[in-house]
Design a protein around this ligand. Structure first.
Ligand SMILES: O=C(O)C(=O)C[C@]1(C(=O)O)C=C[C@@H](O)C=C1
Length: 646
């Protein structure tokens, strides 16, 4: 074998080649801007997916001839095209709003340099080739105040994350601001464990992080019970703490990019539960902007429908009638009006569009309050895909061996609508959940004496509950006591259930009518497998730090084992600003109802009293199939239940 050329020489050649690649990419960008200019004149949409398909198809063939595989070529060009589309959008948006064209923007964001908000803001400025002047803030209110008062040109607010859902506090801030949404941007949130260079993982005792990264990395953190978690107001604060620490036994969760600003190294990478972990930010400014018709636009509305039953559904039907897609729906309570809620709706459409204008007019007649928060370019560039047959295009030379088309095997998950389009129903004696059936369930402490339990169970039945789930956090189940309690429940005409908090609790499976798995055990494969082998309904509660994807994965495990009587139960997720508080995740309910045919119920036990009613009613409007409350319930809960049954 010939002696290979020296490493240094090869590396020099690679460096030279990379420089050439960069020059070519830069030239491609310039040409893409030329295309934008001609599209501005011809008024043609920026996106041309037919052109993209032809381009990808041609490149896959050309790449194969040069020894490059199709997947590599496609993912490379999907990134290049995304960059090209976003640059064209930024260019045309700037042209349509000349007063926004400056050489520098003062940007208010959460935390300091290095925080995810900072990274999102600097990326936004980079794309527009403007300098960014930092205006780090301590809270969302401060960000809004900075822009309203003119101290900053733009504010960056995180609105949702692919693993932890909507950021409710930002929606609350939007209720009271005079600012308009003028843009959005999504960044990849690659969580790393950041420490001083040379620090060994085994030395780490304390981890500083913002509550959101903690929730998004819950699986990694559960594998490190030795870490003491310290909450910080931003990832930048977490990094500062590690930088300032005298010892090498502390780490922060943040991005590698942000960490480098604090001289920290990533000692562990890919901490997030989900492979794709992205955060979407909205950009707010004092003046609304116009979006040229060639750009894909989003319009965000805020509205209150009043207490009229079915009003939200009627409002959504207006959008449907105008063929408008709603990409997001969120609900928040209105302070001072405990029975009403404010809805936030993202519509895929331009405010200047006839259908959008007409729907707003029609919505005005139906609502007590409606305001457009802004119309802005949509920055989600859905990558163009090639079909299997296009991907299997073989180079001319190897066409002699025919490629068999891939069989269309359905791999849909059992919980999904692809697997079963219609809503499924779970029936258990007098308890019917799913489809058009709405159910109410209570959770009671097993330590109640039989007389007290009998009185409460009777009240529960009279109030409209159909099932009572017993809970007892003791290490071993007292079977005798349990049997007596179950008898009392059945005598009251209720369905009996047991809350599974540990493996040992599974002994109750042949005593009660149904089981509920606590969210804390949602990742316990042994329990999931055993629940899957049962022939009674099981309610799977979402872990308050788990993503919807993880939750559905747990449900899939149960379904695969055979048990098809599965009910999903959302008990809320940790709140962004107050990690000690649990709040129902309404946007997750929308996603869930779209993705899954299984019945969904909401557990209101941990919900803040102030927001409980508004949240429960919004959940009902989103076609949730039932609720869980604690036993006994108070007068407010009773009247809420009555309203929910209406
Ligand atoms: O050819 C165009 O129309 C372009 O705008 C250029 C380009 C590209 O970068 O290749 C970008 C966006 C379109 O969707 C298609 C192709």
């Amino acid at each position: 074998m010939n002696k290979p050329q020296g490493l240094n020489l090869t590396r020099e050649q690679i460096t030279a080649l990379d420089n050439e690649l960069l020059s070519l990419l830069s030239k491609r960008r310039e040409l893409s801007l030329e295309v934008a200019k001609s599209k501005e004149v011809d008024i043609r949409p920026i996106r041309d997916t037919q052109r993209e398909k032809e381009l990808l198809e041609r490149l896959v063939i050309a790449g194969r001839e040069k020894g490059l595989d199709a997947h590599f070529v496609i993912s490379l060009y999907q990134s290049i095209i995304e960059d090209s589309v976003l640059n064209q959008q930024a260019f045309l948006h700037g042209r349509a709003n000349p007063d926004t064209q400056k050489t520098q923007y003062t940007i208010a964001f959460l935390g300091a340099r290095g925080s995810y908000s900072y990274l999102a803001a600097s990326r936004y400025c980079d794309r527009r080739q403007v300098n960014m002047i930092d205006f780090g803030c301590q809270s969302f209110d401060d960000i809004v105040n900075a822009v309203e008062s003119g101290h900053a040109d733009y504010g960056f607010l995180p609105i949702e994350n692919t693993s932890s859902g909507s950021i409710n506090e930002v929606y609350d801030v939007l209720q009271h601001t005079s600012l308009s949404i003028v843009g959005e941007t999504t960044i990849e949130v690659g969580h790393c464990l950041l420490a001083k260079p040379g620090t060994d993982l085994s030395n780490i005792k304390t981890v500083y992080a913002h509550p959101q990264p903690i929730s998004q990395c819950s699986r990694y953190l559960s594998q490190h019970p030795e870490f003491k978690l310290e909450y910080c107001s931003s990832s930048a604060e977490a990094m500062t703490k590690v930088n300032d620490a005298a010892d090498n036994n502390v780490a922060a969760i943040g991005s590698a990019e942000g960490g480098s600003l604090y001289q920290l190294s990533a000692i562990e990478e890919g901490l997030a539960n989900q492979k794709i972990n992205q955060s979407r930010f909205i950009v707010v400014a004092r003046k609304a902007v116009e979006v040229p018709s060639q750009l894909p636009a989003k319009t965000t509305l805020i509205m209150a429908t009043g207490q009229k039953p079915g009003a939200l559904v009627e409002a959504l039907l207006i959008l449907k009638a105008h063929n408008l897609n709603m990409s997001k729906l969120e609900s928040r309570p209105i302070p001072g009006t405990p029975w009403e809620e404010m809805f936030y709706i993202d519509i895929d459409g331009n405010l200047a569009n006839q259908d959008v204008q007409q729907s707003i007019k029609e919505l005005e007649r139906l609502t007590r309050f409606i305001k457009v928060l802004g119309c802005y370019p949509c920055e989600t560039v859905k990558p163009t895909q090639l079909t299997q047959s296009q991907l299997l295009i073989e180079p001319e030379s190897s066409k002699s061996t025919e490629t068999k088309p891939l069989s269309e095997v359905s791999n849909s998950a059992k919980y999904s609508r692809q697997y079963q389009p219609e809503d499924s129903e779970v029936m258990c004696k007098q308890l019917h959940i799913g489809g058009a059936h709405f159910a109410a369930i209570q959770i009671a402490d097993l330590r109640l004496d039989d007389t007290a339990l009998a009185t409460l169970a009777k009240q529960s039945k009279e109030t409209g509950f159909q099932a009572l789930i017993l809970q007892h956090s003791a290490t071993a189940v007292n079977e005798l006591q349990l049997k007596k309690s179950i008898k009392v429940i059945e005598q009251a005409g209720l369905v009996s259930g047991y809350l599974i908090e540990q493996e040992a609790d599974l002994v109750t499976a042949n005593m009660v009518d149904l089981l509920m798995l606590t969210g804390q055990q949602m990742y316990n494969q042994t329990i999931l497998n055993q629940l899957g082998s049962l022939n009674i309904p099981v309610i799977i509660e979402r872990n308050n730090m788990a993503s919807v994807e993880d939750w559905l994965q747990a449900v899939q495990t149960v379904l695969e084992q055979g048990n098809q009587q599965v009910i999903l139960c959302d008990s809320g997720v940790r709140s962004f600003a107050q990690p000690d508080q649990i709040a129902l995740d309404l946007s997750a309910l929308v996603t869930l109802k779209q993705q899954s045919h299984l019945p969904v119920i909401c557990n209101l036990i941990q919900e803040d009293c102030e927001f409980k009613s508004a949240k429960a009613k919004a959940a009902k409007q989103l076609n949730v199939n039932g609720i869980i409350m604690s036993l006994p319930c108070n007068d407010t809960d009773i009247s809420l239940l009555r309203e929910l049954y209406c």
